[in-house]
Design a protein. Structure first.
Length: 133
């Protein structure tokens, strides 16, 4: 996760209260998948072609490249400006990495089902071409 307003103490405090709850994780995944499917239905119904962006793509892309890709998608020219710099700081993973792996290990069939269900949608995620620095 990323935040523009978190510091080490706040992150450590949040991590200390973070507990593993496989039922809550599964409810969250089911809810997110349901939301993704409803959004796709909405796009299809109205003939919309959204700019599809993954968290991973957004966080590994240079800000200017991301803005340029979005501008191209909506058919506008990106104005010539100085470098754009995000004010986000990547939050430390803390327990999350351990909990993710634990959930995957304990729910392998469910995770495979979700991955298969989402594969066509993820295949449509837009690529962000990198420009020269």
């Amino acid at each position: 996760a990323h935040s523009s307003i978190s510091d080490e103490a706040a992150q450590a405090g949040a991590d200390s209260r973070f507990t593993y709850d496989h039922k809550a994780i599964r409810r969250s995944i089911d809810s997110l998948c349901w939301q993704e499917e409803r959004m796709d239905e909405l796009f299809d119904t109205h003939g919309l072609e959204p700019f599809r962006l993954s968290y991973e793509t957004a966080t590994r892309s240079r800000e200017r490249d991301l803005l340029a890709a979005i501008a191209r998608h909506i058919g506008v020219d990106l104005p010539e400006t100085g470098d754009v710099e995000a004010s986000l700081t990547k939050l430390k993973a803390g327990k999350a990495t351990e909990f993710i792996q634990r959930f995957k290990d304990e729910n392998a069939d469910y995770v495979a089902f979700i991955n298969d269900r989402r594969a066509p949608r993820l295949a449509r995620v837009n690529d962000i071409p990198a420009s020269d620095p």
